[in-house]
Design a protein around this ligand. Structure first.
Ligand SMILES: CC(C)(COP(=O)(O)OP(=O)(O)OC[C@H]1O[C@@H](n2cnc3c(N)ncnc32)[C@H](O)[C@@H]1OP(=O)(O)O)[C@@H](O)C(=O)NCCC(=O)NCCS
Length: 147
């Protein structure tokens, strides 16, 4: 049988997959303990993408009042540019149709992430100088309005 992409919410059976993907693919990834703590956070909306049995991407967000805040998104190197990042966002937006806007911050040199966000309708709303360290770098604030 052909493997298919599945996107599932994070739960107590799979949060270690999100932590591994963060550790291996992000400079500012959270610890396993922090992902575990998100299971008790009513605002948390984290999804993990599986190709067959392999966890290949995840997206972590919080939904507070009418706003989605993106915390992290990453796709395993060998699985990039296959539409998985886009599908993770589409699942989040499908599950929260009432959200008025979605906000995120991104390193200004992260062309892949900025390309993904623009393709989803995010626009640059501001710059936060030296938001990031190791190396120091400005953060772009990007927003996607509903509709
Ligand atoms: C950013 C990231 C999540 C994108 O995931 P992905 O699954 O490869 O993205 P998709 O295949 O869904 O791409 C969708 C669109 O985004 C844009 N995009 C994706 N990667 C791009 C790149 N390297 N350069 C330019 N645009 C890119 C394109 O418009 C693409 O559509 P197309 O392939 O039809 O041209 C992935 O590159 C990644 O994990 N990077 C390392 C972690 C990271 O930087 N995360 C963001 C900071 S928290």
């Amino acid at each position: 049988m052909r493997d298919e992409l599945r996107i599932v919410p994070m739960d107590e059976t799979n949060y270690t997959d999100a932590a591994r993907l963060a550790r291996e693919n992000l400079r500012e990834g959270w610890s396993e303990k922090t992902y575990e703590e998100q299971l008790k956070n009513p605002s948390d909306r984290t999804y993990i993408a599986y190709f067959g049995e392999q966890a290949c991407g995840f997206l972590s967000a919080w939904y507070v009042l009418d706003e989605i805040e993106i915390n992290n998104v990453a796709v395993e190197k060998d699985f990039r540019r296959l539409g998985i990042g886009r599908k993770l966002f589409e699942r989040l937006f499908e599950d929260l149709p009432e959200a008025e806007r979605t906000v995120l911050e991104v390193r200004e040199s992260n062309a892949a992430a900025i390309g993904l966000y623009k393709s989803l309708g995010f626009v640059q709303a501001g710059i936060r100088k030296d938001l990031y360290s190791h190396p120091d770098e400005n953060g772009l604030v990007m927003i996607r309005e509903k509709g």
